[in-house]
Design a protein around this ligand. Structure first.
Ligand code: SF4
Length: 396
C-alpha cells in the first residue's frame, strides 16, 4: 500500500508564498490568548489554562501546526494547547526530570554520557509542546546563545577529547538562522575528536518549510550530521512534512525519529504502527518510543509503563523490525535510559533458558558452558575502547 500524505489546510486568505516560508511561520506564530481565540473555539478548560497556567510554561504554535489540529480532545490540539490539568497536582512532577542541571559543566552543555554532550544553542521553539521535558530551560526566549557562553561551551568540548558526538538541542536548534547554524557546525567540525553531530528538532513536524535546499546544503557540507525528528502522530505527516524528510534523505542526511507515548494522543498500537510504517516508507528510521518523562504539568499526558509495554507487545511480531522503535524510559534524576521490553523468558536453570515467543512458541536456548567462552584478539581497538570509556573525566 502506498501512503497518502495530505497537504496542510492553508487558510485561503494567506498567500502560498507566505505559508511556505518558515520565517513567516515563526513571525506569525500564535502566542497569546487573543491569537488562539482567532484560530480556535476554546473550551472553558482551555481558557482557564491560558489565564491560570501560562506562568508554568510558555505557549506558542506555528499557524501551520495549528492548522493540523481539530476540536478539543483531538491529538495535535492536545500537544499544542495548554490544559487545566497542567496546574493540578500529579503523581510525579519534576522541573528537571533528566537531572540535567547537575550534569551541566559549562554553559549550555549537558554532559551525562562519556562520549557525547548536548549543546543547547537556543531556548526557543516554534511550538511549546505541552509534554516538554526541559521546562527548566526551554521557552525563555533567548534566540541564540550569548557569545561569551558560546565560547565557554566550545572550549569545554575542545578540552574533553573523549567526546565523540555533539547533539545540538534546545529549545529547537533549527529555529536559528542558516548563518548561525553554519557557524556552529563549522566550529564543531574544526574539533578533531568530534565524529558525529546530531540535531534534535521538531521543525520537520511543526514547520517543515524550515527544511530548505539552503539548509540541506549546510548539513551536507558538515557531514555526518544526523537529524533526529520528533513525530508523534501519523496526522503530523503531511505532504509538506513528507517533502521535507525526502529532501533531507535524498541529500544524504540520515533522519531518525524519536516519539513519545502520550496518554489519549497516540497510546494505541494502531497509531504507533501507522506512524512508524509511514516514517519508514519515507526512509526515516523509527528510533525511540519514549515513556513520557514526569516533567511538571504532564501527569495527564503520561501513560503507565504497563500501558506502554502492552502497546509494544501488540506490535511485536506484526511490525517489521525496521519500523519498530525501542521503547525506553529515562530514569529520573539523570539515571540514563532503561529499555523496556516484553519479557519472553519464562524460566532459567543453569545454561538453559526457557522462552515463550510472541505467538506462543515454547522453546529453550542452551548456552555453551562458561569454560568455553573466550574473548577475541583486540589489537588497537582496546585502546580506543578505554579512551571512550574515560571520555567524561579526561582533562577534568
Ligand atoms: S520542541 Fe522540544 S524542546 Fe521545544 S517545547 Fe517541544 S519538546 Fe520541548
Amino acid at each position: 500500500m502506498k501512503f497518502h500524505f495530505p497537504k496542510s489546510p492553508k487558510p485561503e486568505h494567506i498567500a502560498a508564498s507566505d505559508w511556505n516560508n518558515w520565517t513567516w511561520q515563526l513571525r506569525h506564530s500564535l502566542k497569546t490568548l487573543g491569537d488562539f481565540e482567532k484560530h480556535f473555539e476554546l473550551s472553558a478548560d482551555e481558557r482557564a489554562a491560558f489565564t491560570e497556567g501560562k506562568e508554568l510554561f510558555n505557549i506558542r504554535t506555528t499557524p501551520y501546526y495549528a492548522s493540523l489540529s481539530g476540536g478539543p480532545g483531538e491529538s495535535i490540539r492536545q500537544i499544542l494547547m495548554p490544559q487545566r490539568f497542567e496546574i493540578e497536582e500529579g503523581s510525579q512532577q519534576m522541573l528537571d526530570p533528566l537531572g540535567e542541571r547537575k550534569n551541566n559543566p559549562a554553559p549550555r552543555v549537558i554532559h551525562r554520557y562519556s562520549d557525547r554532550v548536548l549543546f543547547l544553542i537556543t531556548d526557543i521553539c516554534s511550538v511549546y509542546c505541552r509534554f516538554c521535558t526541559r521546562k527548566h530551560f526551554t521557552g525563555q526566549e533567548q534566540a541564540f546563545i550569548r557569545n561569551e557562553e558560546y565560547e565557554q561551551a566550545l572550549a569545554y568540548i575542545k578540552a574533553h577529547t573523549g567526546i565523540r558526538e555533539v547533539i545540538l538541542s534546545g529549545g529547537d536548534p533549527l529555529t536559528v538562522g542558516d548563518a548561525q547554524l553554519d557557524r556552529v557546525l563549522s566550529d564543531l567540525r574544526k574539533i578533531d575528536h568530534i565524529e558525529i553531530i546530531r540535531i534534535g528538532s521538531r521543525m520537520p513536524v511543526v514547520c517543515p518549510m524550515r527544511i530548505t535546499e539552503d539548509l540541506v546544503k549546510i548539513l551536507k557540507k558538515h557531514k555526518p550530521v544526523f537529524l533526529m525528528s520528533h513525530f508523534n502522530h501519523p496526522n503530523e505527516l503531511t505532504e509538506e512534512a513528507a517533502a521535507a524528510l525526502e529532501l533531507l534523505v535524498d541529500n544524504g542526511v540520515p533522519v531518525m525519529n524519536q516519539m513519545v507515548l502520550l496518554n489519549g494522543i497516540n497510546n494505541h498500537a494502531a497509531l504507533v504502527q501507522a506512524l512508524n510504517r509511514r516514517l519508514l516508507y519515507l526512509r526515516v528510521k523509527p528510533y525511540y518510543m519514549f515513556q513520557c518523562d514526569p516533567s511538571i504539568g504532564t501527569d495527564h499526558l503520561r501513560t503507565s509503563v504497563e500501558d506502554s509495554l502492552e502497546i509494544q507487545k501488540e506490535l511485536w511480531g506484526h511490525l517489521s523490525g525496521l519500523a519498530m522503535p525501542n521503547l525506553s524510559l529515562d530514569i529520573p534524576n539523570g539515571g540514563g535510559k532503561a529499555y523496556l521490553v516484553p519479557n519472553f523468558q519464562t524460566a532459567h536453570e543453569g545454561q538453559t533458558r526457557h522462552f515463550t515467543g510472541w505467538d506462543g512458541v515454547d522453546a529453550q536456548y542452551v548456552s555453551p558452558s562458561a569454560d568455553k567462552i573466550k574473548k577475541p584478539l583486540l589489537g588497537s581497538y582496546m585502546e580506543e575502547w578505554s579512551h571512550l570509556k574515560c571520555g567524561k573525566s579526561q582533562n577534568d
